[in-house]
Design a protein around this ligand. Structure first.
Ligand code: PLP
Length: 389
């Protein structure tokens, strides 16, 4: 059988490591999973009740393709209140998670031979999504010593005449990096000078523990070229409900809606009503989730530092610690081999840094409950890893 070259892509590394961990678990082995891309917390009862109510009321049919009007309106108001933007319902599309919004954006803009710029370490799916439409990822590297921030001069050099898109992930997976207003303005100005469309993936904006969160939606002067991707997944511990959003110019939203009409037809009606309840009660729901995750982050970092006698950087946002393998005393192997051996010998699953375009690092999630985090780190430590000097 001959598959299209466009799908000659690797499966998501996070999901692949998770699958290996589950296989081990199925054989009866206790596996400590630090790959989870979500807060392991229950969805709020108000949201569950809204889903039941939607089902009882018969909201179980196809919805309007760009999403139900009250949810589009609520999403616009939610983002406007946080960022000072002026979105209306016509600027919002409801998608099957943020992931589908990102994929439709690549579909809308990428033609074979086009380029999309992304900042490494980047979220695992961007490069594959671009590739699926015949495009090419152009990766701009960053380093921990520069706080994982992009150098604007290097960004400029990575833009060529076939460059169409720039991905910004703020707050970032896997590094938790947060960009300031000045930094974002500089990046957006470069994008404007080169006529790029900016995809601003902001799905972690609700999980900020220190510092100010600035959205690309807060710059009125760039609003025609910026599309913000949002989601209820991480803000509200609702990953399984599959509700995300694209917010941008009505022209872009109409195009995405056409793509959605010929692909998924939109996400579950029940999930959309549930997401409406989540957004309506956003302040009540998000703060306890954020507080709990901050606690889990601090436990992760304290336990790691004390077991491995080292000091890892503390992420200001998100769900992950992105850790140099040197903190484990590993300098002689690559991140895939290290993760495989940690799973084999320590029964601990982590995601190799190379999946994020950064060799020499691993990503550990602190989304699991405290006791699971501590046991995972103890198990890794028992395996004999210890920091270099
Ligand atoms: N963007 C980033 C950076 C992510 O980490 C994820 C999920 O892990 C997504 C987008 C997609 O999330 P969802 O499709 O659940 O909204």
């Amino acid at each position: 059988m001959k598959f299209s070259k466009m799908v000659n892509i690797s499966p998501s590394a996070t999901l692949a490591m998770n699958a290996l961990a589950l296989q081990k678990k199925a054989k009866g082995v206790e596996v400590h999973n630090l790959t989870v891309g979500e807060a392991l917390l229950d969805t709020h009862p108000l949201v569950i009740e809204a889903a039941h109510e939607a089902m009882r009321k018969g909201e179980t049919h196809y919805t309007e393709v760009p999403g139900i009007a009250p949810l589009r309106e609520a999403c616009a108001s939610w983002i406007n209140a946080a960022c000072g933007s002026s979105f209306t319902k016509e600027n919002v599309l409801v998608s099957c998670g943020g992931k589908s919004a990102l994929q439709m954006l690549c579909h809308a803009f990428i033609e074979p031979g086009d380029e999309a710029v992304m900042i490494a370490p980047y979220w695992v799916s961007y490069a594959s999504m671009v590739q699926m439409f015949g495009g090419q990822a152009v990766v701009v590297d960053t380093s921990e010593s520069d706080s994982w921030k992009i150098n604007p001069q290097v960004l400029k050099q990575s833009i060529h005449n076939r460059t169409k898109l720039l991905f910004i992930n703020n707050a970032a997976n896997p590094t938790g990096v947060l960009y300031s207003k000045e930094e974002l303005r500089e990046i957006l100005t470069i994008a404007k000078e080169h006529d790029l469309v900016v995809i601003s993936d902001e799905v972690y904006s609700g999980l900020v523990y220190e510092g100010e969160y600035i959205s690309c939606a807060s710059f009125a002067e760039f609003k025609d070229r910026v599309v913000v991707v949002q989601s209820v997944s991480k803000h509200f511990a609702m990953t399984g409900w599959r509700v995300g959003f694209a917010l941008g110019s009505s022209e872009i939203i109409k195009k995405l809606s056409t793509i959605q009409s010929q692909s998924t037809s939109g996400t579950s009606s029940i999930s959309q009503w549930a997401a409406l309840a989540a957004i309506t009660h956003a302040d009540t729901i998000i703060s306890p989730i954020r507080n709990e995750l901050k606690k889990r982050r601090d436990i992760f970092v304290e336990t790691f530092n004390s077991l491995f006698d080292t000091t890892v950087s503390i992420p200001s946002a998100g769900l992950y610690c992105f850790i140099s393998m040197e903190h484990f005393g590993i300098t002689h192997t690559d991140s895939v081999e290290f993760c495989m051996s940690a799973l084999e010998q320590g029964n601990v699953a982590m995601v190799p840094g190379v999946a994020f375009g950064k060799e020499g690092y691993v990503r550990c999630s602190f989304g699991a409950p405290e006791q699971d985090i501590v046991r995972a780190l103890q198990s890794l430590h028992k395996t004999g890893y210890s920091s270099v000097g």
